[in-house]
Design a protein around this ligand. Structure first.
Ligand code: AMP
Length: 274
């Protein structure tokens, strides 16, 4: 594995890669969720590029940019063991200049749910993902369904900008208790970790209701909100179609149920595709 920190080093390292490139962009503090993307990309491509970059433009004022977990040494080991060919760990200066051309998230899909609660977040996310996809030269790039709205917007960006890369959605990885893995879970103490299970439990309850024939969105949300009482503050519970339009009734095969809530220090998100 080669570790590269500049654009020039990356371009140089890519020259010896002759077959298909799979790419997994991350912000580091790698866990089994990231690892599942990395393993899938390893299997499906001749070469594998991973990036670790805590992108400042997708953090809002007052968010955890400065305290975002950084574990470079452990991450390098994990990537090495997982068979990564190139690990790209750029500095902010390598990625940005002062007066940048910007990409904007779409007016509707980009400004509901996460986009409403974190205005500007998706602009910064799309900006860095566009840069990273272009730099990686990947034919396939792997993203987790954990960040469902992010995934939908990246797919739209690739479509709208005619980018020559296939976006591969990957399943959510959870711990044994059902908590969706996240780099921010390290902020949770034991009690908060228990209470954080309310997110996945609320989604499980929703599935049970749907399986029992309950399709009414308001009725499902009511039950979910009751389960979510263990969280400190619920930001949203939403039931939308795959284009993030609000639904009145669950459409089997075209629905995502999403939840965002604060538990202790971190704001957690989770979702379920039905
Ligand atoms: P991050 O480092 O949080 O920006 O995440 C990098 C990639 O890993 C994104 O595509 C995430 O959606 C994905 N990811 C993060 N957590 C999980 C998880 N628990 N299961 C599957 N994918 C995940």
């Amino acid at each position: 594995m080669v570790i590269v920190r500049t654009i020039e080093e990356l371009q140089e390292a890519k020259k010896v890669l002759l077959g298909s490139i799979g790419f997994v962009p991350t912000m580091g503090a790698l866990h089994h969720g990231h690892l599942s993307l990395i393993r899938q990309a390893r299997k499906e491509n001749e070469h594998l590029v991973v990036s670790i970059f805590v992108n400042p433009t997708q953090f809002l004022e007052g968010e955890d940019l400065d305290s975002y977990p950084r574990k470079d040494e452990a991450d390098i080991k994990i990537c090495e063991l997982a068979g990564v060919d190139i690990l790209f760990m750029p500095t902010i200066d390598q990625m940005y200049e002062r007066d940048e051309l910007c990409i904007g998230a779409p007016a509707i899909k980009g400004y509901v749910l996460e986009g409403e609660k974190r205005p500007g977040h998706f602009d910064g996310m799309l900006q860095v993902v566009m840069k990273l996809l272009n730099l990686s030269g990947a034919s396939r790039a792997y993203f987790g369904k954990k960040d469902a709205q992010q995934l939908a917007l990246i797919m739209q960006m690739v479509k709208n900008y005619f980018m020559d890369v296939e976006i591969i959605p990957c399943e959510i990885v959870r711990d044994d208790n059902g908590l969706a893995l996240s780099s921010r879970n390290i902020y949770l103490d034991a009690d908060e970790k228990q209470r954080a299970l309310a997110l996945s439990r609320s989604l499980k309850r929703a599935t049970k209701l749907v399986m029992a024939g309950e399709l009414n969105v308001e009725a499902i949300k009511k039950v979910m909100l009751n389960v979510l009482k263990d969280a400190d503050e619920v930001e949203y519970v939403a039931i939308v179609d795959r284009e993030f339009n609000a639904l009145k009734e669950v459409e089997i095969g075209n629905t995502i149920i999403l939840v965002a809530a604060w538990v202790g220090k971190p704001r957690l998100i989770d979702n379920l595709w039905i």
